[in-house]
Design a protein around this ligand. Structure first.
Ligand SMILES: Nc1nc2c(c(=O)[nH]1)N[C@H]1C(S)=C(S)[C@@H](COP(=O)(O)OP(=O)(O)OC[C@H]3O[C@@H](n4cnc5c(=O)[nH]c(N)nc54)[C@H](O)[C@@H]3O)O[C@H]1N2
Ligand SMILES: Nc1nc2c(c(=O)[nH]1)N[C@H]1C(S)=C(S)[C@@H](COP(=O)(O)OP(=O)(O)OC[C@H]3O[C@@H](n4cnc5c(=O)[nH]c(N)nc54)[C@H](O)[C@@H]3O)O[C@H]1N2
Ligand code: SF4
Ligand SMILES: [Mo]
Length: 679
């Protein structure tokens, strides 16, 4: 008999781009993944990772049974027993040390929608304010940069832009679909400016590549502000009626002449002027996008605020060809911040980094690691981790591992034996994205889809089922009344006027609101003053500078001959997602391990050739890895780059968990001072 074939349409979640896919099955087994041509976002295009989902789902190393650590090693136990034991241990910890000594940690693999909110809900239902996530080093700093200035982080209207400025972002690898919109704009004559210390994949296509020194973007942004102000290129009407603090901006920007910017950033004065001219001639159709490259610095948020101010000055905010404010999908709120507020219990990091908790309801993961190791400000004794691998991805991983090992209880939900799972008390098998159903709203096209459970394994739970079953055992089952994810999805959708059946019938997505610019005209900007805030009273009240005052990175402010190089970490590779996919053999053939990218002048001075092993040492630690000698224009002399996520030679052995951006609390994982020795 020929096999029974079937195609299921859903979304790829091998990265957060979430492309529409056609999953081909034979006798219930996935055999191939192709692009869904009807999906507005990817129009059938996929990157090489989509097909690797088949390898991931059926990988021989997948954890499909709960594991319990014993003196004799891992013991396989039934799911019911695992959940009973975990609940009993959590209840005992809650009884002895208080509910706030229990933390919940979700990672990038879980995403930012309902699965994140279920984790937040569980933490509050159990009585703990300690919800932790990858947002202590992702997204939040950019969100703050734009939120504080414009009230929201807008989406760039790339294909209608006359000038696109990318700051520390590399879409061809990190957000492959963004690239098609950039290409379309360039075909229509848009100028592409890429600000990056490296000649990244997107910088290669740029009209102007501004190779800034790491961490100096704020100086360039202030320099552009100065150019635009002196050229009279600002949108005077918008500035007068809809912004606060303009006079202070004009005054502060004076110091940032093109020559001063060149001295600080390394970008030639002529290029600074050329970028300003490109923006001026395209205004207001200037679409800026800021990537993760700006977040991991001690001056990250203020650098991003200075960039966000450019949108306001040019009148590009919420304008066609500029940056759009998108309508949120009005789903029901799964979190319990209103019903069960727990701020009085001292969420970890909320006192130290008040903006992080206030604007994002995020605890600070590095403060949590300290709390585990030092019982200060109070003990954190149990963690439930899902979709995250902090032992690899958080700074100073030696210390992270030490903390995780010292917990009274560590439960990790994962598909594989990650570095974090390896030190857990219990490892629970997690359903992959093809094994659960969830709602996804898409920022650019304002469409919503529901994903399909394409395959399943007995005893392998989705996120909701897990929290539901654990809650029932802890006597907080009332907070998780929905029978399964489908029932939950129906409840979430209620206020939207859309039905689950409608979404199921349209895997290409259903538009929930038309994309229209100018929303702010009805409501004002979502800032305390209702205007675009060049100067922030909110920050001033918290003791910060009201303007995004520029601070030179430490490696320039206080150079130390013992650490003459500046290290960038985490530039994405197309094939890998943080610590994921190193178990896909064909990917390993293409990129077999970590390397330190280096300028040829530096390798020559060190007497090392391509492939030679070097030791890279920061004030936190050392690691040994091979050198990759770049072409002279591919990386700045004196700068190095190492991508994170490798099990051996993990760059987070040398990143800082003791130096932070004062507003976001983001750790210093870029602009890291290091030295390099030949082995
Ligand atoms: N394939 C793949 N895709 C991913 C991910 C992945 O791991 N792999 N991760 C996902 C996640 S969670 C995120 S947050 C996004 C990140 O996606 P992006 O925001 O696009 O980040 P990167 O691709 O790392 O590109 C950052 C760029 O910033 C540059 N950079 C470093 N320091 C500085 C600096 O000081 N100034 C400037 N101007 N540039 C600097 C780096 O050289 C690098 O080219 O990618 C997502 N997509
Ligand atoms: N040095 C340095 N470090 C960085 C960065 C950097 O630029 N430089 N970038 C940072 C950024 S932006 C981010 S977002 C973080 C990300 O850091 P993490 O959130 O720790 O993300 P991953 O390393 O991808 O870990 C995801 C884990 O979830 C598992 N997993 C995969 N699919 C599923 C699923 O469906 N369910 C469950 N339960 N688990 C699943 C994977 O096997 C993996 O072990 O890393 C940060 N770390
Ligand atoms: S860009 Fe690649 S990995 Fe990301 S969702 Fe699309 S196909 Fe999947
Ligand atoms: Mo991220």
């Amino acid at each position: 008999m020929p096999p029974e074939t079937e195609i299921q349409q859903t979304l790829c979640r091998m990265c957060d781009d979430r492309c529409g896919i056609d999953v081909h099955l034979e006798d219930g087994r996935i055999v191939d993944i192709l692009g869904n041509k009807a999906h507005l976002w990817n129009r059938g295009r996929l990157c090489v990772k989509a097909r690797a989902a088949v390898d991931m789902v059926y990988h021989a190393d997948r954890i499909l049974t709960p594991l319990k650590r014993t003196d004799e090693g891992w013991q396989q136990i039934p799911l019911e027993q695992a959940l009973d034991e975990i609940a009993a241990r959590l209840a005992a910890i809650r009884e002895e040390r208080g509910a706030r000594s229990i933390g919940v940690w979700k990672g990038e693999a879980i995403g930012f929608g309902q699965q994140e909110n279920i984790a937040r809900r569980f933490a509050h239902a159990v009585g703990s304010p300690n919800y932790l996530s990858n947002d202590s080093m992702c997204y939040a700093a950019r969100y703050f940069g734009f939120k504080l200035v414009a009230g929201a982080w807008p989406v760039p209207d790339l294909e209608n832009a006359g000038c696109i400025v990318l700051w520390g972002a590399n879409p061809p690898y990190a957000h492959p679909n963004m690239t098609q919109y950039i290409t379309a704009a360039r075909r229509k004559g848009a100028t592409l400016v890429v600000v990056d210390p490296r000649l990244s994949a997107i910088a290669r296509r740029a009209d102007i590549h501004a190779a800034v020194r790491p961490g100096t973007d704020g100086a360039l942004a202030w320099g552009l502000i100065h150019q635009l102000v002196t050229a009279g290129a600002c949108d005077a009407d918008f500035v007068e009626h809809h912004t606060v603090g303009f006079a202070k901006v004009v005054d502060y920007a004076k110091a940032f002449t093109a020559e001063a910017v060149q001295a600080e950033t390394g970008v030639p004065a002529a290029a600074v002027r050329a970028i300003a001219r490109a923006m001026q001639s395209a205004a207001p159709r200037v679409a800026a996008y800021v990537g993760n490259g700006l977040e991991h610095h001690e001056n990250g948020v203020n650098n991003i605020r200075a960039i966000a101010m450019l949108d306001g000055l040019l009148g590009a905010l919420d304008r066609a060809g500029g940056t759009f404010f998108k309508a949120e999908l009005p789903l029901r709120d799964l979190t319990l911040y209103e019903d069960v507020p727990l701020k009085h219990l001292g969420p970890l990091g909320a006192g130290r980094f008040p903006v992080l908790y206030d604007l994002r309801r995020e605890c600070h993961t590095m403060t949590a690691i300290e709390a585990i190791l030092q019982d200060d400000p109070y003990p954190l004794r149990a963690l439930i981790v899902t979709g995250a691998n902090p032992a690899s991805t958080n700074p100073n991983s030696t210390r992270v591992l030490e903390a995780l090992k010292s917990l009274d209880l560590l439960v990790v939900r994962d598909l594989f034996m990650s570095e974090t799972a390896a030190v857990a008390d219990y490892v629970l098998p997690a359903a992959s994205f093809l094994e659960r159903t969830e709602l996804h709203a898409h920022a650019k096209h304002q469409i919503v889809s529901v994903t399909r459970k394409v395959v399943s394994w007995p005893g392998v739970q989705g996120e909701y089922e897990f929290w539901h079953d654990l809650a029932a055992r802890l006597g907080i089952g009332d907070y998780f009344p929905w029978e399964d994810e489908t029932a939950l999805n129906r409840w979430l959708l209620e206020p939207t006027g859309l039905t689950l059946e409608e979404l199921e019938a349209h895997p290409e997505g259903v538009e929930y609101s038309p994309s229209l610019p100018g929303r702010w005209k009805d409501t004002g900007f979502d800032t305390p003053s209702g205007k675009v805030e060049f100067a922030s009273q909110y920050l001033k009240d918290l003791g910060y500078d009201e303007l995004p005052v520029y601070q030179s990175p430490a490696y320039r402010r206080e150079p130390d001959a013992a650490y003459p190089f500046v290290l960038i970490t985490g530039a994405r590779k197309l094939l890998y997602l943080h610590s994921r996919f190193r178990n896909i053999p064909r990917f390993l053939t293409a990129i077999p391990g970590p390397e330190v990218e280096m300028h040829p002048d530096d390798s020559e001075a060190l007497g090392v050739a391509d492939g030679d092993t070097v030791r890279v040492t920061s004030r936190i630690g050392s690691l040994e890895l091979p050198v990759k000698v770049m072409a002279p224009n591919e990386i700045l002399p004196g700068s190095l780059q190492i991508t994170h996520g490798w099990r051996d030679a993990n760059v987070n052995l040398i990143t800082h968990d003791d130096r932070f951006d004062p507003i976001s609390g983001f750790p210093l994982m870029k602009s890291v001072e290091v030295r390099v020795e030949r082995m």
